[in-house]
Design a protein around this ligand. Structure first.
Ligand code: SF4
Length: 343
């Protein structure tokens, strides 16, 4: 582990139940979340970025405002701002304030965290009403994280940003893109951030083989190499009673670790993360289900799986590279699970 992370003092994070009470979050389960992709602009150059080849312009304010108003009228419970990097969007404070004024109580940003290292900026956005931040950290040390983001110093800035958000009462959690460069760190990652920062929110996204990731052979790794480390990390959470707030696994499918199917998001029609997350591409809007259906493939070997018909299948590019040998049909889904998310 990098020495800088090891000796750093973190501001204590607000507890989940404290945050839920303070911000009046709706009781679980969360039924709907609308994600607004503000644009593709970013201040990092992540080696695994799947948006890398589609850098575009910011969403016009009228569209952002219209989306928030429409979702509020539709009864959506949560608004998420993402990108690209949402903190670069010139009207982020205005968008967050508008969501707050419209009545949303769950307002989230998915960010690399760097801009929140600027205490005045963090204060402005938290003051506008942001109460959840999912920050991307791709390793337990600066060398790993900075190499993956392509920005020297990004690890320190992200930690500083999280500390600022914690001090402001914004509930923080972590995102990690799992690649060949960092998967062996998974158990240490969970141990370090749950012990040192009292974090209970983790999201481990297995890299999609599109955009830049499709060309980065050095980051590509089969699931079967990753899952033993992932299991170890999740078992650590169970043993240490880390009460996870949301589902923790992205771009995994049940047959890889059936005992954790309930903490996998986005694998299928019955396993989606809550709601109507929408992906925009050149003005086109797709529900997360439509998006996943386009991106994934169900090999013939899936027939006979208990999840067949519900599961979207495997990332198409992953399948082309590694084949379908790792995906063995599940005969009987587990009756119980070792981890249960709050939402
Ligand atoms: S349908 Fe296929 S990919 Fe999905 S869980 Fe079953 S075997 Fe795995």
């Amino acid at each position: 582990m990098g020495r800088a992370a090891g000796r750093r003092r973190f501001h204590k994070r607000i507890d989940f139940s404290e945050a839920a009470a303070r911000w009046r979050w709706p009781p679980p389960p969360l039924k709907s979340n609308y994600e607004i992709l503000l644009g593709d602009g970013c201040n990092a150059a992540c080696l695994f970025c799947c948006a890398y080849k589609e850098i575009g312009n910011w969403l016009p304010w009228a569209r952002v405002k219209g989306d928030i108003a429409r979702e509020q009228a539709a009864g959506t419970q949560m608004i998420t701002f993402s990108g690209g990097e949402p903190t670069l969007y010139p009207g982020l404070a205005r968008a967050v304030a508008f969501a707050r004024k419209s009545g949303f109580t769950l307002i989230q940003a998915i960010s690399n965290g760097m801009k929140f290292a600027d205490a005045a900026f963090a204060r402005e956005i938290a003051g506008a009403g942001l109460n959840l931040a999912k920050v991307s950290l791709h390793g337990v040390d600066a060398a790993t994280h900075d190499r993956l983001t392509g920005v020297k110093g990004s690890f320190e800035l992200a930690l500083e940003g999280m500390s600022n958000l914690n001090a402001l009462g914004v509930y923080t959690s972590l995102n990690m893109a799992v690649t060949k460069a960092n998967y062996r760190q998974l158990p240490l990652y969970v141990k370090f951030f749950s012990e040192r920062m009292a974090l209970t929110g983790f999201c481990f996204y297995f890299g999609f083989y599109t955009g830049r990731m499709a060309d980065e052979e050095a980051l590509q790794v089969p699931y079967s190499e990753v899952t033993p480390y992932m299991r170890y990390a999740l078992e650590y959470m169970r043993q240490r009673k880390v009460r996870i707030d949301w589902k923790v696994l992205g771009n995994f499918v049940p047959c890889l670790m059936p005992e954790y199917a309930n903490v996998m998001m986005d694998w299928g029609r019955t396993g989606d993360a809550p709601g109507r997350a929408v992906v925009r591409k050149k003005g086109e809007s797709l529900s997360s289900g439509e998006f996943m259906s386009k991106r994934k493939v169900l090999p013939a070997t899936c027939r006979g799986c208990a999840y067949y018909g519900a599961c979207y299948g495997i990332d198409r590019r992953y399948y082309e590279k590694f084949g379908s040998g790792e995906f063995r049909p599940v005969k009987t889904p587990p009756a119980s699970f070792p981890l249960e998310p709050i939402y």
